[in-house]
Design a protein around this ligand. Structure first.
Ligand SMILES: C[S@@+](CC[C@H](N)C(=O)[O-])C[C@H]1O[C@@H](n2cnc3c(N)ncnc32)[C@H](O)[C@@H]1O
Length: 315
């Protein structure tokens, strides 16, 4: 049961506590399977999530890998049922680690997606610079997002997620198009390797939640795979990042979370968003580079000579 204060917050923010076709925001407190059971077939245009990785975080109980995969399979099958024919399912995972041995979870889960007859469109590498420093293997600095569609006729709008061309003024120098721009003036396809800072302590989006992904990681999926008014679903909400990415761009959004403390974080973020106070790192902000960007703390004279003055406020 939600606490009276959470109930009040839900009401104020017009969040529905169970699935409701007429709502814009649904936050279900409890097991995602129970929320999924409430959703009619083919309702969600985008399902984007970062499930528990089974690595013993504060919100999970570490299971044997085969049990974890079985649990995920039950959720994935329900997700496929509620996914629209033109829709996309994006599963963001890292490694399962057991006594120093790593098993990439996308590899472990691939047979499940295959058995659901989903079609993989990309395996996106999310590269970030910060994390644990390993002593007996190279430190892990990427995770993956598997993108699947249910059919070949799927929504994919590239224009809203194009990124600046390396040489925007390049023109054809021979042939019938001589003198015309040779690249798309709206920018290029962002590719399948995304460099986006992870949410560590100095990130503008950091909350008390232990495993937040950045809003700008979810935004390209929302913008390219859905249209305004479509449903975005995250079965493992955490601090509500996917929900924020959806609502920010005029989509309807829903999700489930088993921990009340995290539901409160989601509500507080939604509240800040509604008031125009929620800070998010804008998509395509340049990555902090100590060689070219002046840090916001004192540095040695040797380092100082490497820096020029670039704003760090969105790091
Ligand atoms: C990796 S985190 C998601 C983080 C999220 N992407 C964010 O940016 O905040 C996974 C979340 O799933 C929740 N969870 C685990 N099992 C669940 C279940 N059966 N139903 C709903 N939520 C669950 C955990 O409490 C945890 O908060």
């Amino acid at each position: 049961m939600l606490t009276p204060s959470l109930k009040k917050q839900f009401k104020k923010l017009k969040i529905s506590p169970s699935f409701n076709l007429r709502a814009n925001k649904v936050v279900y407190y409890g097991d995602c399977l129970k929320l999924l059971k409430q959703i009619p077939d083919e309702t969600a245009q985008l399902i984007i999530t970062s499930p528990p990785y089974n690595i013993g975080k504060e919100y999970e109980r570490k299971l044997k890998l085969n049990h974890y995969v079985e649990q995920q399979e039950t959720v994935i099958k329900e997700c496929v049922r509620v996914l629209s024919q033109k829709g996309s399912l994006c599963w963001q995972v890292g490694n399962y680690v057991n006594k120093g041995e790593i098993i990439p979870l996308d590899v472990a889960l691939a047979p499940v997606f295959q058995s659901c007859r989903l079609k993989m469109r990309n395996r996106i590498i999310w590269h970030f610079a910060h994390g644990l420093h390993c002593a007996k293997r190279f430190s892990g600095r990427y995770e993956t997002i598997l993108w699947f569609t249910k059919s070949d006729n799927y929504t994919f709008n590239l224009d809203p997620v194009r990124v600046p061309q390396k040489y925007p003024n390049k023109k054809y120098f021979k042939g019938p198009k001589t003198g015309q721009y040779s690249c798309n003036p709206l920018g290029k396809n962002p590719g399948d390797l995304w460099q986006i800072p992870n949410v560590k302590n100095n990130h503008v989006e950091k909350t008390d939640y232990p495993c937040q992904f950045p809003v700008e990681l979810a935004e390209p999926f929302v913008l390219s795979m859905t249209n305004k008014g479509d449903w975005v679903l995250d079965p493992f909400l955490g601090s509500g990042t996917s929900l924020i990415a959806g609502i920010k761009h005029g989509r309807k959004a829903m999700g489930a979370e088993v921990n009340k403390k995290y539901i409160k974080i989601t509500c507080d973020r939604m509240d800040q968003f509604e008031k125009g106070l929620l800070k998010t790192r804008p998509m395509n902000t340049p990555i902090y580079d100590p060689k070219t960007i002046k840090p916001n703390r004192p540095v040695s004279p040797e380092q100082e000579s490497l820096f020029n003055s670039v704003d760090l406020s969105f790091r």
